[in-house]
Design a protein around this ligand. Structure first.
Ligand code: HEM
Length: 212
């Protein structure tokens, strides 16, 4: 059976870079920030575990609690400012609406089924299928939640309203941890998807001209 295009694709005939330079830059800075934040966060967690386990020291960053906090606080600026830049450019250029919408339960199920049965086309990298759209929208919201709950843990007195919105300091710790775990779930699936369609990796590194 022939490969199906992702649902809701439309083309106007213009040729643009499917992965413009600002996107590649913000994507890789974000990946670096996430790596530092998560590995130092695990070391911070180990100093006072919230659940009945700790992370192996070998996969944590910072060496000790003080060192890990320094890494965590340094990378949080990169994660937050880079994320704001990515969102601002995406929203103001209209790319967010074009690339990530529409997305509907029906469209996601259709594209998921097409992917599972090997009928989803990957020829046009300028269009995300609805499973990708949902995953990328999810991770944007998840990282925003990580930043907001992180602010509460960092300055819980100054961000008292945010703290109460999250249900208090202790609840904010759980929110922060669960959002981290969901982010790791996303990264795991994301890396498998990239490995299955490796040409997307080169496009995200070097850019690629596409007809839109
Ligand atoms: C660590 C956290 C990461 C996050 C949160 C993340 C998030 C994202 C997001 C949101 C997009 C869509 C960007 C857009 O079009 O606006 C994307 C695309 C992409 N990411 Fe990541 N990413 C991460 C790490 C990585 C890593 C480590 C790799 C490769 C080894 C990678 C490879 C790619 C590729 C190739 C694409 C383009 C996919 C396509 O064109 O279909 N990402 N990522």
């Amino acid at each position: 059976m022939p490969a199906l295009p992702a649902s809701n694709n439309t083309t106007s005939g213009r040729v643009v870079s499917s992965h413009p330079r600002w996107l590649r830059l913000t994507h890789w800075l974000n990946a670096l920030a996430v790596l530092v934040m998560v590995s130092s966060g695990w070391r911070i967690y180990n100093a006072s575990p919230l659940y009945d386990f700790s992370f192996p020291t070998a996969i944590t960053l910072g060496g000790w609690l003080g060192g890990a906090l320094q890494w965590h606080f340094a990378a949080m600026w990169l994660l937050a400012f880079n994320g704001v830049a990515y969102l601002l450019i995406n929203v103001t250029s209209g790319r967010l609406a074009r690339r990530f919408f529409p997305v509907s339960p029906k469209g996601v199920m259709q594209d998921l089924w097409a992917a599972l049965t090997g009928r989803l086309g990957h020829a046009d990298l300028s269009h995300y299928n609805q499973v990708q759209r949902l995953a990328y929208l999810f991770v944007m919201v998840d990282i925003a939640l990580l930043v907001v709950s992180g602010l509460v843990l960092w300055k819980s007195v100054q961000f008292a309203t945010l703290r109460e919105l999250l249900g208090g300091y202790e609840r904010a710790r759980h929110v922060h941890f669960i959002a981290m775990a969901l982010l790791m779930g996303f990264v795991g699936v994301h890396l498998v998807m990239v490995a299955l369609v490796p040409k997307t990796l080169w496009a995200m590194i070097a850019g690629r001209k596409e007809r839109v």
